[in-house]
Design a protein around this ligand. Structure first.
Ligand code: HEM
Length: 521
C-alpha cells in the first residue's frame, strides 16, 4: 500500500543513491591518488621481476619490510601487483577483518585446468563451491570432531615407535609412512601396507606434482594464461604433455581410494572414515541437503594433499630442533618422566599435565614454519590501508615466516626456545599463539586441530622412549646437520642424519607391548 509519504520517500531514496554514488566516485578518485605501499624501486615493464629471488622469497620480503620500515610492501612482477604483509596487525586488519575482500585465490591454469586439481579446496575461488566444500570439511575436522581421530593417531604413533626401534636411520621414511597411514585411515578407512603401498605411493606422487604446480610462477602458462590454448605439438608446448601425464595422478587420487571405500561399504565392511561417514550422511534427511557425492569425493582428496607432507615436515623440524637444543630435549623428557615414571606411554589424557611438551610443539610450528608464505590470496576490489592504495587483482601474501620471527613478539626469534610460551611452569596466554603457521582469516587451515594433535602425540611418544642425538661417522666424528630447508610452498628440512636410540630396556618393553597389544585389537 502506498503511503502519503511516498513522494518524500522517493526523493529521499534518490538523494541517498546520488550521495552514495558520489561518495563512491570520490573514494575511487581519492584512492587513485594514494601512493602504493613502499617497496624496492621498479624497472619499466618488468618492475621487480629480477629483484624477487626464485627461492626463500619470505626472507627477501622480510628484509624489504625492515628496509622500508613498513609491514606492507608492494612489488610489481611484470605487471602483476603483489602486496606482502609482514605483521600480525596487517594480516589481522586485512585477512581477518576485511575477509570478504581478501579470501579469493589467484588463477593457477597449469594446476587447476591442465593438471586437473580444480577440485582442491585450497586452490578454489572464493564462492559457493568453496563454501560447500569448506563446510563439509569443517563438519569432520572442527575442534570437537577432530578428537575422534585421536585413537587412530595413537595406534599409528605406537607403530612408528616400533619401526624406530627396528631401523632408526630411516626415521623420515617412518614419519612419512605414519602420516600416510593415518590420513588414508581418516579420509577413507583404508589400511595401507607397511611399505610400498600403492595408495600411499600414488598420493605421494600426486602431492609432489601438486606442490610444484602451486608455486606461483612455476609455469609460464600461469603468467600468460593464453598459452593454455596452444596445441600440444606446438614448439615449447612441453608443459601440456607434462600436464596430461600429471593429470593422471590427480584423477587416480580422486577415483581409486574413493572407489575402494565404496566397495567396502557395499560389502558392509567399511570402517568409519570421513568418506564412509559423509556418504552415509547423504541419505540422512536431517543432514545438510546440499552435499553431493562428488563433494565428498573431492574433499577426501584434499585431506590427503593438505595433511600428509605438512605434518611430516613439521615432525622433521622437531627432530632437527632436538639436535640443535639437547637441553630442551632433557627438560621435555624430565617433564614426561615425572608424570609417567617411565611406567607407561603417554596418551592424550596427559596433555594438560605436560605444558612443556605443548610449548615445545608450539615452538616447532613457529621456529621453521612449514608454509612460510601460507597460500597467497587475490584482492577482489580496490582497497585502501594505512593511506596506501591496494589495487584490485593484486596477489596478497601473508609472510607467516616474518610474523613468526617478529622479535617484538618472539624475542631472539631464531633460537628454539619452548620457554617463551610458558610462565611459572604453565602455558602463558599472554604470548601469541603461532597460528599464522596455519594461515589466516577465513581460509585458515581447517585441518589444524588434527595436525596439532597428531604432532603432539608423536612428539611426546618419541621423547618418552628415545634419545635423539647427532649422528657420528665411522671415525667417531659428529655429523653436524646443515639446519637448511628446501624452498617451496611447503618447506622441508634438507635430509639429515641423526642417531635415535631407545632410552632404556624398560622403554623397549613398553613399545613392544603397545605394538603387540594393538595388533591383537
Ligand atoms: C603441520 C601441518 C599443517 C600446516 C602447517 C598447514 C598449513 C596450512 C596453510 C598455511 C594453509 C593456507 C591457509 C591460508 O590460505 O591462509 C592451509 C590450508 C589448508 N589445509 Fe592445512 N596445514 C597442515 C595440516 C593440514 C591437515 C592435517 C589437513 C587435513 C586434515 C589440512 C587441510 C588443509 C586444507 C583443506 C586447506 C585449504 C583451506 C582453504 O583454502 O579454504 N592441513 N594449511
Amino acid at each position: 500500500m502506498l503511503s502519503m509519504d511516498t513522494p518524500r520517500t522517493v526523493v529521499l531514496c534518490t538523494f541517498f543513491i546520488i550521495l552514495t554514488t558520489l561518495y563512491a566516485v570520490h573514494l575511487r578518485a581519492r584512492r587513485h591518488k594514494l601512493p602504493l605501499p613502499p617497496g624496492p624501486p621498479k624497472l619499466p615493464l618488468v618492475g621487480n621481476l629480477f629483484d624477487v629471488p626464485s627461492t626463500f622469497q619470505w626472507k627477501s620480503y622480510a628484509r624489504w619490510s625492515k628496509q622500508y620500515d613498513s609491514d606492507i610492501i608492494h612489488l610489481d612482477l611484470a605487471g602483476t601487483s603483489v602486496i606482502v604483509l609482514s605483521s600480525f596487525e596487517a594480516t589481522d586488519a586485512l585477512f581477518e577483518k576485511r575477509s570478504s575482500l581478501y579470501s579469493d585465490r589467484g588463477d593457477f591454469p597449469m594446476l587447476t585446468e591442465l593438471m586437473g586439481w580444480d577440485f582442491d579446496i585450497a586452490m578454489m575461488k572464493y564462492g559457493e563451491e568453496w563454501r560447500t566444500h569448506r563446510r563439509l570439511f569443517n563438519s569432520a575436522f572442527n575442534v570437537k570432531a577432530a578428537r575422534k581421530y585421536e585413537p587412530a593417531e595413537l595406534v599409528r604413533t605406537h607403530a612408528l615407535l616400533a619401526r624406530l626401534l627396528h631401523s632408526p636411520e630411516d626415521f623420515m621414511h617412518h614419519l612419512r609412512q605414519m602420516a600416510g597411514e593415518l590420513i588414508m585411515a581418516v579420509a577413507y578407512g583404508i589400511d595401507v601396507l607397511p611399505s610400498d603401498d600403492p595408495y600411499v605411493t600414488l598420493a605421494h606422487e600426486a602431492g609432489r606434482a601438486f606442490s610444484t604446480g602451486a608455486v606461483p610462477g612455476a609455469y609460464l602458462v600461469d603468467t600468460f594464461p593464453i598459452l593454455k590454448h596452444i596445441p600440444r605439438w606446438f614448439p615449447g608446448a612441453g608443459f601440456k604433455l607434462q600436464a596430461e601425464e600429471l593429470s593422471k595422478l590427480s584423477r587416480g587420487m580422486l577415483e581409486l581410494p574413493f572407489a575402494e571405500t565404496k566397495r567396502q561399504m557395499d560389502s558392509g565392511i567399511a570402517p568409519p572414515s570421513f568418506t564412509a561417514d559423509s556418504l552415509q550422511a547423504l541419505s540422512d534427511p536431517d543432514k545438510e541437503p546440499y552435499y553431493q557425492e562428488h563433494h565428498v569425493k573431492q574433499t577426501a582428496v584434499t585431506v590427503y594433499i593438505g595433511g600428509a607432507d605438512t605434518t611430516v615436515f613439521a615432525l622433521g623440524t622437531f627432530v632437527l630442533a632436538m639436535l640443535a637444543c639437547p637441553e630442551v630435549q632433557k627438560k621435555a623428557q624430565a617433564e614426561i618422566d615425572s608424570l609417567t615414571g617411565g611406567r607407561y606411554l603417554p596418551s592424550f589424557e596427559d596433555e594438560a599435565s605436560l605444558p612443556y611438551i605443548s610449548a615445545l610443539v608450539k615452538e616447532v610450528m613457529r621456529w621453521e614454519n612449514v608454509t612460510p608464505l601460507a597460500i597467497p590470496r587475490l584482492l577482489a576490489n580496490d582497497d585502501e590501508y594505512r593511506g596506501y592504495r591496494l589495487p584490485a587483482g593484486s596477489i596478497v601474501i601473508g609472510n607467516a615466516w616474518a610474523i613468526l620471527h617478529d622479535e617484538r613478539v618472539y624475542p631472539d626469534p631464531h633460537t628454539f626456545k619452548p620457554e617463551r610460551f610458558l610462565l611459572d611452569g604453565k602455558l602463558n596466554p599472554a604470548v601469541r599463539n603461532p597460528e599464522p603457521a596455519f594461515g589466516f582469516g577465513r581460509r585458515l587451515c581447517p585441518g589444524r586441530h588434527m595436525a596439532l594433535s597428531s604432532i603432539w602425540i608423536t612428539v611426546v611418544s618419541i621423547l618418552a622412549t628415545f634419545d635423539i642425538n647427532k649422528a657420528v661417522d665411522e671415525q667417531g666424528i659428529v655429523i653436524e646437520p646443515s639446519y637448511e630447508y628446501l624452498s617451496g610452498l611447503v618447506s622441508a628440512p634438507v635430509p639429515f642424519k641423526c642417531s635415535i636410540t631407545p632410552r632404556s630396556q624398560e622403554t623397549i618393553a613398553l613399545i613392544q607391548r603397545a605394538a603387540e597389544g594393538e595388533q591383537q585389537l
